[in-house]
Design a protein around this ligand. Structure first.
Ligand SMILES: O=c1ccn([C@H]2C[C@H](O)[C@@H](COP(=O)(O)OP(=O)(O)OP(=O)(O)O)O2)c(=O)[nH]1
Length: 159
């Protein structure tokens, strides 16, 4: 099974699985911008950026996908970065729609107490490709089937 991938910049690094059993293809930093510059031209001279505690940035990978209908991409954090530095993805898992052809971006946030430097080429997230039922449609009805749980949720069964 194949998914087509395109480099949007010559310095972009193709996502790769680190082991044959890895769920995710690691995503590499091409450059980083603030939230309001998502569509700015790539910064050829980017080397690194420091994320202060509490700050967020958009890391761009320079990679675009051609997912087929029936697929979605999810971008997820890397546990090592999260544990060591408190760096995670603000919107994890970020959704990559099948019809999206733009740069795969990662919204990094520093939840740690120290500034963290993120360098070009660094692996800061991972892409997992999952099945999605694109044919599925929502249909409105008046009454839902009863269940044992009913409307119970948010811990109603106790700890
Ligand atoms: O972490 C992310 C999240 C989204 N995207 C891209 C792919 C996705 O298909 C598109 C839209 O994402 P989403 O649906 O989460 O954003 P939205 O805020 O609902 O924006 P839109 O109105 O463009 O759908 O942005 C990323 O590259 N990285």
């Amino acid at each position: 099974m194949y998914v087509k991938v395109k480099k949007l910049h010559p310095q972009a690094i193709l996502p790769q699985r680190q082991t044959t059993g890895s769920s995710g293809f690691d995503l590499h930093v091409l450059d980083a911008v603030t939230w309001d510059c998502a569509r700015a031209p790539y910064d050829d001279h980017f080397t690194s950026i420091t994320i202060c505690p509490g700050d967020r940035i958009l890391v761009r990978t320079g990679i675009a996908l051609q997912l087929e209908l029936g697929m979605e991409g999810q971008v997820r954090p890397r546990s090592g970065l999260a544990l060591r530095h408190g760096i995670t993805l603000l919107n994890t898992p970020g959704t990559i729609d099948a019809d999206y052809r733009g740069d795969i971006g990662l919204i990094l946030i520093n939840l740690g107490q120290q500034p963290v430097e993120i360098g070009k080429g660094e692996r800061v997230g991972q892409l997992v490709i999952q099945p999605v039922w694109h044919q599925l449609q929502l249909v409105e009805i008046e009454e839902l089937e009863l269940t044992q749980r009913g409307t119970g949720g948010f811990g109603h069964t106790g700890v």
